[in-house]
Design a protein around this ligand. Structure first.
Ligand code: NAD
Length: 373
């Protein structure tokens, strides 16, 4: 069985789909592993380390060679040429936005396993790449904010005076939001947080942050937030407005699966913030939680900077790659039976992630109630 990893290094992508450790484990599973020279260079994994792990480091993976292609983002047409007809591609495929790529794969009998559709279940926890990469992104968002803010994060008592701690507000307390709260607390900031799901209050308080008492509502049967009506959204904004105005750094992470990201901060709220304060809209690429935010741009409104980075996980490329490579390894392990590659559409983990498989590609993955990581 031949498995391969192409270099996906681009302007913002610095991650790689296999590490030397995961390569060794893939070889133990029975794969011969090709990896393109330099694929892990920015994440800190050298070609020599991959060779030591047992991989073939090649200038480019040959056409038609791979039974399995592992990738970070959706494969290009050139990348798909490396995959044999009937092979498998595993990665973040964003099937809703890449119908042409999915069609191309289906026309050649290539099975597409979309990591974003892996169920958020206890069984699949070790394969939950949405969570691993959201963890990296939430952490990186706070460090980006701390670096950009013209203030200290912790309180400092010095001979030159006492400096108050920075005030951080985190909106949306899913995986990324929880990591952002924990990271901001570790840096010594005073942290407030809010999420539409009522059970997050306890999680926020357990991290030493204060929950903002705006409206909450029960989640859907899949465990995700539901879209709120305009009246609830207006109540949210009215209560959040004062907290936003007093914050030095606001990090927004709110998402509703299959919908545009909810608008939590409007322009009036931005204009109430002090000059020099900062908003990081982690949902900028999916519609934006903040009015005026733009993906991968900095927008300045009355001295308030609004950032919309889409490369946050890639900013901690080594550990994000380690976690992602582990997620991929676990998925691939499920597809190896007695040394053979078996893509089982009935499998509880692989089945729902198969695009064009027994489940619909864009279906919200189910999750176990009360089994949050
Ligand atoms: P997400 O990226 O879909 O959304 C981020 C957060 O935004 C969520 O917490 C959501 O409640 C919040 N949000 C949505 N609309 C909002 C609004 N109008 N106002 C305020 N907040 C709003 O979330 P995620 O991090 O992918 O997690 C989704 C769910 O899956 C969560 O319930 C999480 O706890 C759960 N989860 C479960 C497992 C598991 O069971 N193994 C693993 C990971 C995540």
């Amino acid at each position: 069985m031949q498995l391969g990893i192409r270099s996906e290094l681009s302007g913002s992508e610095t991650r790689v789909a296999a590490t030397p450790v995961s390569v060794t484990a893939l070889i133990d599973l029975g794969f011969d592993v090709d990896i393109e020279a330099g694929a892990g260079a920015v994440a800190g994994f050298t070609d020599a380390a991959y060779v030591n792990a047992g991989a073939n480091v090649v200038p480019t993976v040959e056409a038609g060679r791979l039974d399995v292609l592992l990738c970070v983002g959706p494969p290009t047409a050139v990348a798909l040429e490396t995959v044999t007809n009937g092979g498998v591609v595993v990665g973040f495929l964003d099937p809703g936005a890449n119908a042409d790529i999915i069609d191309h794969m289906q026309s050649r009998g290539i099975r597409a396993v979309a990591m974003e559709n892996i169920p958020r279940s206890t069984l699949a926890q070790s394969m939950d790449a949405l969570s691993s990469q959201a963890t990296a992104a939430g952490y990186a968002a706070v460090l980006l904010g701390a670096g950009e803010l013209p203030k200290f994060m912790p309180m400092l008592v010095t001979a030159a005076g006492t400096v108050p701690p920075a005030k951080v507000l985190v909106l949306g307390v899913g995986v990324a939001g929880l990591q952002a709260i924990a990271t901001a607390r570790r840096l010594g900031a005073v942290v407030h947080a809010y999420d539409i799901r009522p059970e997050t209050k306890e999680q926020v308080e357990s991290l030493g942050a204060k929950f903002v008492e705006a409206p909450t509502q029960q989640m859907d049967e899949g465990g995700y937030a539901r879209a709120v009506d305009e009246e609830t959204a207006a109540q949210q904004r009215a209560i959040l407005s004062d907290v936003v105005a007093e914050s030095d750094l606001v990090i927004t992470t709110a998402q509703v699966p299959g919908r545009q990201a909810p608008r939590l901060i409007d322009m009036t709220m931005v204009q109430r913030m002090a000059s020099g304060s900062l908003i990081i809209d982690m949902a900028a690429s999916s519609g934006g939680n903040v009015e005026g935010s733009r993906p991968d741009e900095t927008v300045i409104v009355d001295g308030v900077r609004i950032l919309g980075p889409s490369d946050l996980a890639a900013r901690v490329a080594m550990d994000a790659s380690r976690m992602y490579a582990r997620n991929l390894l676990e998925v691939v392990s499920r597809m190896v039976v007695d040394g053979n590659l078996v893509v089982d559409g009935e499998d509880a983990v692989v089945g729902p992630a198969l695009v064009g498989g027994p489940e619909t590609p864009d279906a919200t993955p189910p999750r176990d109630q009360g089994e949050d990581t």
